[in-house]
Design a protein around this ligand. Structure first.
Ligand code: CA
Length: 311
């Protein structure tokens, strides 16, 4: 299995990238494409290279983006810091990371899809700008990519908590999301309704170098996001969401058979509006589906796996 990751690498993306590199090994992680979202693409690509280096995978190529963020977009500084990694690292800690790959994310994604037609897996953990551009540039990508997992949608749920939290991967670029939803891509949607069930406490990060690095960059993110991730009542102490890592492990779940407890069901996605009139992707169970949606995970097992992979 060969993997390509598309990311707006903020704090939670950095954990998902490290987890993925450890799970599949650097030789099977064919590339990482950067896009805008949590931060700008320049910072996203730098952050991804930092995460890969810390995970011992600094030879994995990281591609920049030539697609501009739309007018009016601003980075999520209050959540991901000015640098996208919670302002936890000094400039010195980014020194000696690998150079950016020569070609851009969209070209790299198309090339990956063409080369790995039978075993290529794409995981998108940012806005869908690059994937939509790849489909527009080379429509055959839809048939070449056999396995796509997207961290996005409200899944099968109509919980109003999801409207309040917001699915920024869809909301930031609804035009791209619409193009992806209407494409013949076979997608597994890892919706916020399921991924939000797993949050990490400090004890879930092992005291290895990588575990400590990840805990360090998650401090501000957990403080900003954690208190809101309690739709079932207050949780004590510091906690951090890890939506991107849950989606990543769901995408890679075949590596561990059914030990992580992920369940999916056949479904088709459609564009809808949340209670505040903003675009969302919703999924509906369907007997003649074009895709699947994550319906269940076992958070304790997911947390244990993240901990194991950071060791
Ligand atoms: Ca992300």
């Amino acid at each position: 299995m060969k993997l390509f990751i598309d990311t707006d690498c903020g704090v939670d993306d950095s954990l998902a990238i490290a987890v993925a590199a450890r799970a599949v090994g650097p030789q099977n992680l064919c590339g990482v494409g950067a896009t805008w979202g949590n931060c700008d693409p320049t910072r996203a690509s730098r952050n991804a290279r930092w995460a890969l280096r810390q995970a011992g995978a600094d030879r994995v190529p990281v591609h920049g983006s030539s697609l501009p963020a739309p007018a009016g977009w601003e980075p999520a500084v209050s959540v991901h810091g000015t640098d996208g990694l919670g302002d936890a690292l000094s400039p010195r800690e980014f020194a000696n990371i690998s150079a950016l790959a020569g070609d851009d994310s969209v070209s790299a994604l198309i090339r990956f899809a063409a080369k790995h037609r039978h075993d290529g897996k794409l995981v998108c953990i940012g806005p869908l700008t690059n994937l939509a551009a790849a489909l527009w540039t080379e429509p055959r990508v839809a048939s070449w990519l056999g396995m796509v997992t997207i961290m996005g949608s409200h899944g099968l749920s109509a919980d109003s908590w999801l409207d309040d939290m917001g699915d920024t991967n869809i909301r930031l670029d609804p035009e791209a999301a619409t193009q992806v939803v209407k494409s013949p891509l076979r997608i597994t949607w890892a919706g916020l309704d399921v991924t939000k069930e797993t949050t990490l406490s400090p004890d879930d990060f092992p005291s290895t170098r990588l575990g400590r690095d990840m805990l360090k960059v998650h401090q501000q993110y957990g403080s900003a996001r954690g208190p809101k991730y309690s739709p079932h009542g207050p949780v004590g102490g510091w906690r951090t969401p890890c939506n991107d890592s849950v989606a990543m492990l769901a995408a890679l779940r075949d590596l561990w058979a059914d030990r992580l407890g992920f369940e999916t069901t056949a479904a088709h996605p459609y564009i809808a509006e949340d209670s505040q009139g903003r675009p969302i992707v919703q999924c509906q169970s369907d007997e003649s589906p074009v895709g699947r949606v994550l319906v269940r995970s076992k958070p304790e097992r997911v947390k244990h796996m993240i901990n194991s992979l950071l060791r």
